[in-house]
Design a binder for this molecule. Structure first.
Ligand SMILES: [Fe+2]
Length: 176
């Protein structure tokens, strides 16, 4: 996964993740660091594989080859919260801003315009579930929720996502 390795080493990507870490140093929220992004990328790929959807995704998106499809899936996970720092700083929606920042970063790791569009759309959509989401956007939303163990989180009592029931606090369900 050469392009994913390039992405993880990219200076702009790392600068934005560092801004996430700095923004969350003194506040009680779940972290949006490299670990979270790697967790979501791996869960997202598992979700696609578990349902035998890799070939469907390639056909539906026009991506040629399983390696390219895997790199696109990982890129969506690795970039999805890259603009979280902007939400803390100026109150903008991190999903729409993240899709803009991802559009800047992806070509630097040699993702082509079609692949960039697929990743950016998924990032744009990942915050809320809706009926007309893209295949990757819907899986990204689920992978993001599955990456957190809210039942054991010390911030759960204050978490807006838990309080608004956007995310389940039970650990009893492992249904994807
Ligand atoms: Fe996330």
């Amino acid at each position: 996964m050469k392009r994913v390795e390039l992405l993880v080493k990219d200076t702009l990507y790392n600068e934005y993740l560092e801004r996430n870490v700095e923004s969350e140093t003194d506040i009680e929220v779940c972290r949006h660091d490299l670990q979270h992004h790697i967790d979501v990328a791996r869960i997202l790929y598992i979700l696609v594989l578990e349902h035998n959807d890799l070939n469907y995704f390639m056909r539906e998106s026009g991506i040629t080859g399983k390696l390219a499809a895997k790199e696109v899936i990982y890129a969506a996970g690795l970039l999805h919260d890259v603009a979280k720092w902007k939400e803390y700083k100026i109150g903008v929606d991190h999903a729409s801003q993240g899709s803009k920042l991802a559009r800047e970063i992806l070509p630097r790791a040699f993702f082509n315009p079609m692949e960039t569009d697929i990743v950016c759309q998924a990032i744009y959509e990942h915050r809320n579930i809706s009926r007309d989401m893209s295949f990757l956007g819907e899986r990204l939303h689920r992978a993001d929720n599955l990456s957190r163990v809210c039942s054991h989180c010390t911030y759960a009592g204050k978490c807006p996502k838990v309080m608004n029931k956007e995310i389940g606090i039970s650990m009893t369900s492992f249904e994807y």
